[in-house]
Each structure stands twice: as structure tokens, then as C-alpha cells.
Design a binder for this molecule. Structure first.
Ligand code: AVJ
Length: 322
């Protein structure tokens, strides 16, 4: 299986230079997902505190029929794209149901992690050999461009698991507007979003007592040690994350525990960190259903329907373009 790729566009060294020249310093959350980051995120999804994955799974398990009917998935052929496909565990529920009921489609999983993409393709070949798959190792914006030129078929795009939470609200509007410009009328977008809820529940999901989220965040520094010959001292940084319930944003940081300098061999450059200085690494934005309606409308979409779980923790929203 050929994985379409354009790796030159994902230059981690350039991104670090740019991010470390900002105040506060920052690293894009897309770099969390190397092989080790993928492994740690798998562990996060299994933690009792990280409710998101199980909630979305529940929605798919209990409402797959209504979801796919609303998508008109059995009426005409289509391309099924998925941004940030990861291990595809939730999507497989839909894929099985689609094939069992004779839908005519090809699955295009898009992921920034080449590692998780090849794992996904392998498991799909084992578990659903009849599925037509074309994996794409792209960053989201590249994938949007690439997907625009696939063929004349209708596109149904999945953007699940609260992956869009990594955008601020403004970035999300820009992303969806750009996406809408490249699409045909009648194309659909199915977005998984984590809902606002009791702040304690959200805080625990991102600052777990097992230290797995901390390890996931700190892996960014280890990745730079591995890939860019940096000499980060892992004992000298600490994970910090908090949920701010008015903005609805979880913000994650790495704190420098002392004055220190870090040399990057690959960049031939040195960076300084003051004691208590922060590196911003991720945001995970939460939405109310009303905010989702407004966001969709602002970006040029019509909301067809919301699907939610029993506890109303999570929401999958189906949008029509144009
Ligand atoms: C994969 C982006 C959906 O923000 O909830 C989990 C990543 N970060 N714990 C999220 C994550 C810390 C996750 N997403």
C-alpha cells in the first residue's frame, strides 16, 4: 500500500526556531505525535479520566444507523475522508456498518503521524479486507488541498475525537472557511467536539494522577533530543495544564524548573530558559452546542444534526457545505 506523503512541508526544526522566538515560547501540538507520542496517547485514551474517546464510541455504537442515514451514505457513491485518523478505532464501527450494508465508498485516512497511519492501514487490511483505502500522510491544510482534487464524487469528511479542539475558536473558523472554499455543495463534514461541562471533570482528564498526560507532553522535549540532537534535561521541566471554564480552553505548558540552556545540534543553535519560564504546547477547546451552531454558521455551513451521548459530555455534529 502506497502512503501519499509530503514530508518536506513538516519541518520540525524550522517550527522550533519560530516557536521559541515567541513569548511565551511555544511548540505546535502537531509534534506530540511521533511513535512514542502515539503510544502515550493510546494510554491516555484508556485512562478512566479521559472520557472523550469512550463517549464518542458510545455515540457511534448506539446511533450509527441514524448518523449514516443522515449522511445519505447508502444513496450514492462517496469519498470518506478522515482528518487525524489515529488508530481509527471509532471509525471502524462506521466502516463495518457501511460495508455490511453495501455502501460504495473509498476511505482516505489523513494523519500527521506516518507511524499511526501505517499501523491503521495494516489493521484495516486484517480486519476489513474488503475496504478500499488510500492513506495520506499530510498535515490538515495540505490534506484539504489534496482532497479537493480527488474525483467528482461527494466528499464526507470526518474530523473526530475533539481533534479540532487543538484550534482556538478563531483558528477553527479560519480552518473551516478554507475547507468550505475547496468543497462542492452537498459535501458533508462530521465533527467530534468535547462539550463544556463541570470543570472538575475536564481538569482531571488533562492532569491525571497516573502521570501519563505529563509524559505525553514531556515527550515533545525527548523527541527533540532524538530528532534534533537537543540536550533537554527531562528532570528540569514539568508538565502543567489547567482548564479555564470561561474561555472553555484547557491550556498545556512545560515549565522550566531552573535557569538553563539547551543546545540543538541540528540547528547549531542554543536556547535559554529562565526558571519558571513556560513553553506552551497545546490547547484543547470545549464548546457548548450553541457555540458550535454559531461557529458552523460563521464558517459557512448548515448544521444538519447534533448527536450526543447519554451523559451529554461529547457531541458529533453533521454539517452541510454551501
Ligand atoms: C487528540 C487533540 C483530541 O486535546 O483531548 C489528550 C490530545 N492532550 N490529553 C485532546 C490530548 C492531552 C487530545 N486530542
Amino acid at each position: 500500500m502506497q502512503i501519499k506523503t509530503r514530508e518536506i512541508d513538516i519541518n520540525i526544526g524550522e517550527a522550533i526556531r519560530l516557536g521559541f522566538s515567541k513569548n511565551p515560547k511555544s511548540i505546535s501540538s502537531m509534534f506530540l505525535y511521533d511513535a512514542e507520542g502515539d503510544r502515550l496517547f493510546q494510554k491516555i485514551m484508556k485512562m478512566p479520566e479521559y472520557y472523550l474517546t469512550r463517549c464518542e464510541e458510545e455515540i457511534f455504537r448506539t446511533q450509527k444507523e441514524q448518523i449514516l442515514k443522515e449522511m445519505r451514505a447508502f444513496e450514492e457513491p462517496f469519498n470518506l475522508l478522515e482528518f487525524g485518523a489515529g488508530d481509527g478505532s471509532k471509525t471502524k464501527i462506521l466502516l463495518h456498518y457501511l460495508l455490511e450494508n453495501g455502501a460504495d465508498f473509498t476511505y482516505y485516512p489523513v494523519d500527521i503521524s506516518r507511524h499511526s497511519l501505517s499501523g491503521l492501514v495494516h489493521s484495516l487490511q486484517q480486519e476489513i479486507p474488503a475496504l478500499k483505502v488510500q492513506p495520506m500522510n499530510f498535515e490538515y491544510f495540505e490534506a484539504v488541498r489534496e482532497a479537493a482534487n480527488l474525483n467528482h464524487r461527494r466528499n464526507i469528511t470526518l474530523f473526530l475525537g475533539s481533534n479540532m479542539g487543538n484550534f482556538t475558536q478563531e483558528q477553527a473558523v479560519v480552518f473551516y472557511k478554507k475547507f468550505a472554499r475547496e468543497r462542492k455543495p452537498g459535501d458533508l463534514l462530521f465533527v467530534g467536539i468535547d462539550r463544556r461541562k463541570n470543570p472538575h471533570i475536564i481538569s482531571h482528564a488533562y492532569d491525571d494522577p497516573h502521570g501519563i498526560t505529563a509524559a505525553f507532553n514531556l515527550n515533545l522535549l525527548q523527541r527533540m533530543n532524538r530528532e534534533l540532537g537537543a540536550d533537554f534535561d527531562m528532570e528540569a521541566f514539568r508538565h502543567y495544564s489547567f482548564y479555564e471554564p470561561v474561555s472553555g480552553e484547557v491550556r498545556s505548558y512545560l515549565i522550566s524548573l531552573k535557569n538553563q540552556q539547551v543546545y540543538f545540534e541540528a540547528l547549531e543553535e542554543q536556547f535559554f530558559f529562565k526558571k519558571d519560564e513556560l513553553i506552551h504546547t497545546e490547547i484543547s477547546k470545549k464548546y457548548s452546542p450553541e457555540e458550535i451552531d454559531r461557529l458552523a454558521e460563521e464558517a459557512g455551513y448548515k448544521v444538519l444534526r447534533h448527536f450526543t451521548d447519554e451523559r451529554q459530555y461529547f457531541l458529533d455534529s453533521l454539517w452541510e457545505i454551501g
